[in-house]
Ligand binder design. Structure first.
Ligand SMILES: [Fe+2]
Length: 206
């Protein structure tokens, strides 16, 4: 089949920063187990794209077909890759209130860091998988979005800047079912310098 539709390069799992093994309130054991799940998403993303290169386009069917199954689950795999890359990359810091450009954006769009934190925590308590602070390029503002899985419910043209994993695998080892305490620990380990680097790179204007 001569098509460029499924051309892709294999990706490799990014390494964890050493600081991820010394988080405050999120254990090394928990991070190591979590990292294995992330490696699994990377492997499945590569596997699915390789299979798509061989898929029978003429058999496409909305009830069941190979292309349908592969394309649906590709979104789960890629979501798992991207969500966790944000999550791991912006942990390892000292938490506290956001400073710099992100501090300005949060003050403008939520009123205060405390209001942003309260809304993201509640969004995380309400989600079954994720809560994200993302910048919507059409509305030109930050908003806290809820997600039930790796591939629900992002919206088009919004860029995630904070990714709070609330799947049980993120906290069960350390907190059993006490998700609220885990979310507090997540906030305590955020690295605002990393988030501000993304805000600058994306040229988001306060
Ligand atoms: Fe996770």
């Amino acid at each position: 089949m001569a098509t460029l539709a499924f051309n892709h390069e294999e990706i490799a799992a990014r390494e964890l920063k050493p600081a991820l093994y010394e988080l405050d309130g999120i254990s090394r054991e928990s991070v190591e187990a979590h990292y294995k799940l992330y490696q699994g998403y990377v492997a499945k993303r590569n596997e699915i794209l390789a299979k798509l290169a061989e898929v029978d386009l003429s058999a496409a069917n909305q009830v069941y077909s190979e292309i349908r199954a592969l394309k649906v689950d590709l979104t789960f795999a890629i979501g798992g890759v991207k969500n966790h890359e944000i999550y791991f990359e912006h942990l390892g810091g000292g938490g506290g209130d956001p400073d710099g450009l992100m501090g300005d954006l949060i003050a403008r769009d939520f009123g205060s860091a405390a209001d942003w934190r309260a809304d993201l925590k509640a969004t995380g308590m309400a989600g079954r998988g994720w809560a994200w602070t993302a910048y919507d390029w059409d509305e030109q503002r930050l908003f806290n979005y809820v997600g039930d899985a790796q591939n629900t419910f992002p919206i088009w043209n919004a860029t995630p800047l904070v990714a709070l994993d609330v799947y049980e695998h993120a906290y069960f080892l350390d907190y059993q079912t006490d998700r609220a305490s885990y979310i507090d620990a997540f906030f305590d380990n955020l690295d605002w310098a990393v988030v501000n680097e993304w805000v600058a790179r994306y040229q988001i204007q306060p």
